[in-house]
Design a protein around this ligand. Structure first.
Ligand SMILES: Cc1cc2nc3c(=O)[nH]c(=O)nc-3n(C[C@H](O)[C@H](O)[C@H](O)COP(=O)(O)OP(=O)(O)OC[C@H]3O[C@@H](n4cnc5c(N)ncnc54)[C@H](O)[C@@H]3O)c2cc1C
Ligand code: SF4
Ligand code: SF4
Length: 450
């Protein structure tokens, strides 16, 4: 006997504007609508085509003024009331065929994976950071944490992965994987997904990770959240992927609750490096999948290192950063910050305003559209502390802000704040650092400023 019940479809309603509540925010509702059924009036308010509206709720979630609501006909309201009463009294009995299949599909995917990015057998540090974040997710879910290691002659990386927290490693080791190429790597990950069905896959938001994650998500038809700043698990085992949205003005938590695997990329230095557990061991699953070289369309003829004429400083990896903003006034004044950075053994960073003004190269930019940094000391000179800057440096161990405006937002996250003219404070700092070094042979700049 077939016991599956077929349920009446839950009415979705249509979006409707609540009179007098729209603040004409700039058409967020319109840009969020997936079926283009919102036009904007001359007053900047939405006019909704109710015939086209599919009741997806996106405009309602996007509206900052709670000016939209769902409209239901009396008949739809009656059905909703009946369904609600039935759910209260029976729950699962009403689960329709679609819901049952979804639940089965979700249950078929288990485990957290981190794709280990490597070049010539050397791992990108973000992969280790992700093993740290992945371990927390795996512990919450009660599943193993696996490292997906792909390359040529890279088995040793599995052991490094165990030392950084992986329980298992899935290894694809073949000459075709010597250099990263989108096609064979995408085929490889898709093959592994098909075979092992992980529920979560994390990759670094590096040039390679962004390329690979997008390609894989497209092939396996799942969601991908790029540049996450926070990861968690909700009560239904779904991955909560938090990232800045609307130009960094709000943090959005994105879910992928109807597709698997759930995929996310995270930028380097956003997650802390896990403690290395020397000698830790795990199981290696050796896979044989390797597309024939003749089928790979892209050939790597030569690898040319971009060393000459380019700014080689890696701001993201620096332990001490002296950053300058619009308060520096011009390009030449960055020499002052370089002097302080040299004394401290650090590097110079910048806000986007300084980069846009052409005072310093983009590779030094810290923030949402620049690098995410996590140094031991971050000294912000003449930087106001816009949210787009702060998301890139707020996890620094110690933040020292120098700004002549006592109301500058940067002071809200600063460990130490100096209200004053940077052209007086920075030379004084340099002098004190030199004094300390001369006296002690070592430097204690942070205490000197405080
Ligand atoms: C989508 C988007 C992405 C963005 N991404 C980034 C990003 O990645 N990184 C980033 O930094 N910004 C980013 N921005 C820009 C960001 O919104 C700010 O405009 C920018 O960070 C401001 O730079 P600033 O603090 O140097 O300049 P301002 O905001 O102009 O601040 C200059 C500060 O210097 C102080 N000052 C001036 N003279 C002195 C002095 N002599 N001594 C001491 N203090 C002085 C002033 O009091 C002021 O607080 C982004 C914006 C958008 C919309
Ligand atoms: S509910 Fe969805 S489809 Fe309807 S107007 Fe809003 S965004 Fe568009
Ligand atoms: S999102 Fe809300 S406030 Fe903005 S235009 Fe639409 S209805 Fe108005």
């Amino acid at each position: 006997m077939n016991t599956t019940k077929t349920k009446r479809k839950k009415p979705r309603g249509v979006a409707s504007l609540i009179a007098g509540k729209c603040i004409a925010c700039g058409a967020r509702c319109q840009s969020s609508c997936p079926v283009n059924c919102i036009e904007m009036s001359d007053a900047g308010e939405p006019v909704i085509d109710v015939v086209k509206c599919i009741g997806c709720l996106k405009c309602i979630k996007a509206c900052p003024a709670a000016a939209l609501e769902m409209f239901f006909t009396p008949e739809e309201k009656r059905i909703l009331a009946e369904l609600s009463a039935a759910a209260d009294g029976g729950g699962d009995e009403e689960l329709d065929e679609e819901g049952r299949l979804l639940r089965e599909m979700l249950a078929a995917y288990r485990g957290v994976w981190v794709v280990i990015e490597q070049y010539k057998g050397e791992v990108a540090k973000v992969s280790w950071e992700l093993l740290g974040a992945g371990a927390d997710l795996a512990a919450t879910l009660g599943v193993p944490l696996s490292a997906a290691v792909i390359g040529n002659d890279v088995e040793h990386l599995c052991h490094e992965a165990f030392e950084h927290g992986a329980d298992k490693a899935i290894l694809l080791d073949a000459p075709v994987y010597l250099h990263y190429r989108t096609q064979p790597y995408t085929d490889a990950i898709c093959h592994l997904i098909e075979k092992h069905r992980p529920e979560i896959i994390l990759m670094g938001a590096t040039a390679q990770g962004r390329d690979l994650a997008g390609a894989v998500a497209t092939v396996v038809k799942t969601g991908l959240t790029a540049d996450c700043t926070g990861l968690g698990i909700d009560a239904n085992r779904n991955l909560m992927q938090t990232r800045p949205a609307f130009g960094g003005n709000i943090m959005a938590t994105i879910m992928c609750d109807r597709f698997r695997p759930q995929m996310a990329t995270v930028r380097p230095h956003v997650m802390p490096m896990p403690t290395v557990r020397s000698g830790s061991r795990g199981g290696i699953i050796r896979e044989a999948f390797a597309p024939p070289e003749k089928d790979v369309l892209v050939k790597v003829l030569e690898v040319i290192y971009d060393r000459d004429g380019k700014d080689q400083v890696d701001v993201a990896a620096a332990e001490i950063i002296v950053s300058g903003g619009r308060g520096l006034m011009n390009k030449e004044n960055f020499a002052l910050l370089q002097e302080l950075a040299d004394e401290l053994g650090g590097v110079v960073g910048a806000s986007r305003s300084a980069v846009d003004a052409g005072w310093i190269s983009h590779s030094r930019q810290v923030g949402q559209t620049g690098k995410t940094v996590r140094p031991k000391i971050y000294i912000a000179c003449g930087i106001s502390g816009a949210i787009q800057h702060m998301v890139g440096m707020q996890d620094s161990d110690t933040i020292i802000a120098i700004n002549r405006d006592p109301e500058a937002p940067i002071f809200q996250i600063a460990t130490y704040g100096v209200v004053g003219d940077l052209f007086q404070v920075v030379p004084a700092l340099i002098g004190r650092v030199r004094e300390f070094k001369g006296r002690n042979g070592q430097c204690e700049p942070v205490r000197a400023v405080a």
